[in-house]
Design a protein around this ligand. Structure first.
Ligand code: BJW
Ligand code: ZN
Length: 244
């Protein structure tokens, strides 16, 4: 792609949320059909819930692993991987734990809320990748110290990995163009990243089906499904269309 036809400023920094995986069949959290409509977050996605009933929490995560295993990355994931391949300076920060960005070929990826495919020992701190947790063997145990393992995800009230957060904040602060895709923009500190980028001078572009608290701050809004809107933006941005 010849550089002179590009109409966006690098570095490109992307923040994605569950809306980008919705078209793959992965449920979002909030709104109609969202996970929190059928499950109470505080019964399942908190350290207190895990302490009081690890097996219940694990059943929820084992079910989600099984669901995601049957899903494929969609065109939205593919376009984001393509943008990365064609950019010199690119960082993607995802709040998603489903691993679909990697399966679509994304490499520079910060999983700020952890991964469904990693386990962690709350006792000795061991972390390991695990692609299959059979339902009949829940909860899983740590291979080192035999304590009950937990999903390596960030629950409400828990701190994000400070290094990942710092790297994400630095990337946001340097962004020339910041794409915020398929997130309600309600969960902090991730929701603060687009505003940090904007304050530091980035051109902020939102892709979402609906308005969010970030919409009024965005320089451009592409309303509609992430897959088609990202495709349309990328086509325009690389064909000498209107400058962003
Ligand atoms: C489409 C689409 C299509 C659909 N195309 N679009 C400041 C103010 C108030 C509260 C707080 C604050 N700072 C911190 C807090 C507390 C809390 C918080 O933010 N609460 C708010 C909800 C009020 N934050 C925390 O607790 C965080 N920790 C923390 O702050 O720690 C402090 C601390 C420091 C030091 C020591 C100790 C503590 C942690 C937050 C962790 C969030 N975890 C979850 C679960 C992860 C594991 C799991 O998946 O089970 O992360 S919650 C859930 O929300 C998940 C998501 O990553 C996250 C964001 O949701 P997302 O992706 O935006 O999904 P939805 O459903 O909300 O939105 C979907 C969007 O897609 C919608 O807009 C649709 O329109 C759109 N869409 N289809 C385009 N096809
Ligand atoms: Zn252990």
């Amino acid at each position: 792609m010849p550089d002179e036809r590009r109409t966006f400023v690098e570095p490109i920094v992307v923040l994605t949320g569950s809306g980008v995986s919705a078209e793959s069949g992965v449920p979002t959290f909030r709104g109609e059909g969202g996970l929190w409509e059928s499950y109470r977050a505080h019964d399942l996605a908190t350290p207190a819930a895990f302490r009081s009933d690890p097996e219940l929490v694990w059943r929820f995560y084992a079910w989600r692993r099984q669901l995601v295993r049957g899903c494929k990355p969609n065109r939205g994931h593919a376009v984001l991987a393509e943008i990365e391949r064609h950019s010199q300076q690119f960082t993607m920060i995802t709040q998603n734990i489903d691993g679909l960005h990697q399966r679509a070929g994304s490499q520079q990826l910060i999983e700020i809320h952890g991964s469904l495919w990693r386990l962690r020992c709350p006792q000795c701190g061991q972390r390991w990748r695990d692609l299959a947790v059979p339902f009949e063997q829940l909860p899983p145990h740590c291979p080192e110290c035999d304590s009950i393992a937990r999903p390596d995800v960030v629950w409400f009230g828990e701190a994000l990995d400070p290094k990942l957060l710092e790297t994400s904040m630095e990337a946001a602060g340097r962004a020339g163009t910041f794409l915020v895709v398929g997130t309600s923009g309600l969960v902090h500190p991730a929701a603060g990243l687009p505003l940090l980028a904007k304050r530091a001078g980035a051109h902020l572009i939102e892709f979402n089906l609906e308005e969010t608290p970030l919409t009024a701050r965005a320089d451009e809004v592409w309303q509609g499904p992430a897959s088609s809107q990202l495709t349309a933006w990328w086509t325009e941005a690389t064909s000498g269309g209107k400058p962003t």
